[in-house]
Design a binder for this molecule. Sequence first.
Ligand code: NZQ
Ligand code: ZN
Length: 386
Amino acid sequence: MDNFTYHNPVKLIFGKGQIAQVGRDIPKGARVLFAFGGGSIKANGIHAQVVDALGQAGLTFVEFSGIEPNPRYETLMKAVELARAEKLDFILAVGGGSVVDGCKFIAAAIPFEGDCWDIVAKRARLKSAVPLGVVLTLPATGSEMNAFSVVSREETGEKLGFGSPAVMPRFSVLDPESTYSLPPRQLGNGIVDAFVHVLEQYLTQPADAPLQDRLAEAVLATLVEIAPKVMATPPDYQARANLMWCATMALNGLIGQGVPQDWSTHMIGHELTALYGIDHARSLAAVWPGVVAVRREAKRAKLLQFAARVWGLTEGSEDQRIDQAVAKTRAFFESVGVPAGTIAAGIPAEAAQLVSARLSERGGLPLGEDGAIGAAEVRAILEAAA
Ligand code: NZQ
Ligand code: ZN
């Protein structure tokens, strides 16, 4: 196991009815930027719950709506201007990963001196950030309990991430009932995103870290077990609660401490989203089969462990077990409505060359837990991901 320092200060407030308490964790006298997305929170009543809670706590707030999926720098900068003009000093993000990520950028940008795009493009060091709280409405990204944010820039067609402890939420409210209004597409996306977050931290090489392995396997097996209940209508509270907790645990840093991490599926997937507008989780299910095809030998030991412990595959040759584990994983993605492989996802063949060139021009290579994925491997991954 490698050395590590793990510090996660996010206060999680979990369960039914907890949104009513949201004012309690915002400092008295704060001037709040209440930021959200395209309006789902108005349709499902969460907007009204938040307005009530802020009102009861006697907090002044200004609303900013319209943070889009794959939040855009251009939109976020409008919120930064609003917050600076109104002297807002606390941000409440209410929505899915895009709203939370967008608000992390806003929090960093408000006090930032200089070109705010440098926060993302140059990973500029942050001296400070405006404090942020979250009401999560879509379990998927883990953004509610981590330091990362992914921002897209329309002008340049880029989708890039940054991370800083300064933008970790002060608190996140997770009410499973807030997921009841999610369409099946977003539920399926959430399950797949969480599943692939775990795979990026688990399907690497053995690191003598049996606890991390079993924590990862617990999240994977739980997602497989609850997925049919999560997708069922009417919504099942316990299934939604378990999905929320799994998605948070998948990317709050815990399972990845002291072990190698991959993230190539994500980095290649972000390029597909930037090029073709494909949903984040769908980009992952499109790319992942290619990563395991090209990296099969490097990942052999963990693929066999994954086959045995997550899918119960213990019979047959090593190669048969790995093939079956990959087939079962693809079928799992498809069982929640997310196409696996590039063809089913509608990604054109030209993507292999384009994505490889974009990543190499930007200096985004090599990828993979051992840095073995260069431009040729990115091409091979997308070619093999069919
Ligand atoms: O905009 P609104 O109206 O809120 O609608 C959203 C959006 O259209 C809707 N939605 C959210 N909650 C809902 C709801 N609809 C009905 N009922 C609800 N309760 O769902 C749509 C998608 O929302 P979005 O926030 O984009 O989805 P998600 O949570 O999957 O976030 C994806 C973004 O997070 C980034 C992705 O790259 C992408 O930009 N990621 C962030 C990570 C992080 N910060 O650690 C890691 C991830 O790997 C990922 O990269
Ligand atoms: Zn993801």
